[in-house]
Design a protein around this ligand. Structure first.
Ligand code: PBG
Length: 323
């Protein structure tokens, strides 16, 4: 059937009907808010390139978690800014390190909050790379020790989920084995599976003080030109035991999200990263775009592309103003 019997505009005239036939709806259940935690007390350092985001000391991080819960954001992902760094990132796995301490405080004071820990080394290494350096490059297998140790420590402190973002081959398997050997077989792994070597991470590296001191991350993160390779990465992470796979960044990689959705049946997450967030904020500040409408459109289209879960710095704003 076609025109004049079919008229697509018929379903668009009435706002009630428009709502009724809306295919994609973003809710606070879909969102994870990233938070940065730093040493000290009563610290709330604004992150310049990410307006409305802060490095929080643990006491104020807990307050932020309470206010997120109040608006219906019930999941966070934590990034640590440590007191001290080392060569391997092993420093992040001590019981007194910043993330285990933050997990303790949140679990005690905001027990309903679902706490995910990003697992990587770049925030904790002196050189800013995601693993152990051998002959000027990140050594894949030597990097497992600190990743697995971090996961086991975080699990002991009650983390709800771990999310390795380092892009080493085989790390999901090693982490799964490590967690299981300590009895944490119910701790899910959300793998940053298709993580690209992207310029969109710029603001995050200031926020987390994690910029590489030499070279870049192209020997471990993916080439933005590749799509088939993303499918292989995701397939391998699933085979190694990933419970949720992630595509990152989101907006320039909607095609990857869609391919993954069409091919795999497990939950897919997409990371609406710092640079994507910063561009919206900067244009809104200049009055060039309608911030609220843009945020809603961005989150809706990331979900429409096929992701079930969105990690986004817009989460709190969305919960407060855009539902
Ligand atoms: C750590 C990590 C990064 C991000 C999340 N985990 C930075 C990087 O790989 O350089 C980026 C998040 C963002 O830009 O919002 N490896």
């Amino acid at each position: 059937m076609s025109f004049p019997l079919t008229r697509m505009r018929r379903l668009r005239h009435n706002p009630v009907l428009r709502d009724m036939v809306t295919e994609t709806k973003v809710t606070t259940n879909d969102l994870i808010m990233p938070l940065f935690v730093c040493p000290g007390k009563n610290v709330k350092n604004p992150i310049n390139s990410m307006p409305g985001n802060y490095q929080f000391s643990i006491d104020l991080l807990v307050e932020e978690c309470k206010s997120l819960m109040d608006v219906g954001i019930r999941a966070i992902i934590l990034f640590g800014i440590p007191e001290e760094k080392d060569d391997t990132g092993m420093i992040a796995a001590h019981d007194h390190a910043i993330i285990p301490q933050a997990i303790d405080a949140i679990k005690k004071q905001v027990p309903g909050m679902y706490v995910i820990a990003d697992v990587c080394n770049c925030e904790y290494t002196t050189h800013g790379h995601c693993g152990v350096i051998v002959d000027g490059d990140v050594d894949n297998d030597k990097t497992f020790d600190s990743l697995v140790a971090q996961c086991i420590t975080f699990a002991r402190h009650g983390v709800d989920m771990v999310a390795p973002s380092d892009m080493m081959d085989g790390r999901v398997l090693r982490i799964r084995e490590g967690l299981d050997s300590e009895g944490y077989y119910n701790t899910p792994i959300m793998a940053y599976s298709a993580k690209y070597a992207s310029a969109f991470y710029g603001p995050f590296r200031d926020a987390a003080d994690s910029a590489p001191q030499f070279g870049d991350r192209s020997s471990y993160q993916m080439n933005p030109a590749n799509s088939n390779e993303a499918i292989r990465e995701i397939e391998l992470d699933i085979a190694e035991g990933a419970d949720i796979v992630m595509v990152k960044p989101a907006l320039s990689y909607m095609d990857i999200i869609r391919r993954a959705r069409d091919r795999f049946d497990l939950p897919i997450a997409a990371y609406n990263v710092s640079g994507e967030f910063a561009m919206v904020k900067a244009a809104a500040e200049k009055g060039w775009i309608d911030e609220n409408r843009i945020i809603k459109e961005i989150l809706t289209s990331i979900k429409r592309a096929g992701s079930d879960i969105i990690l986004t710095y817009h989460a709190k704003h969305f919960a407060e103003k855009l539902q």
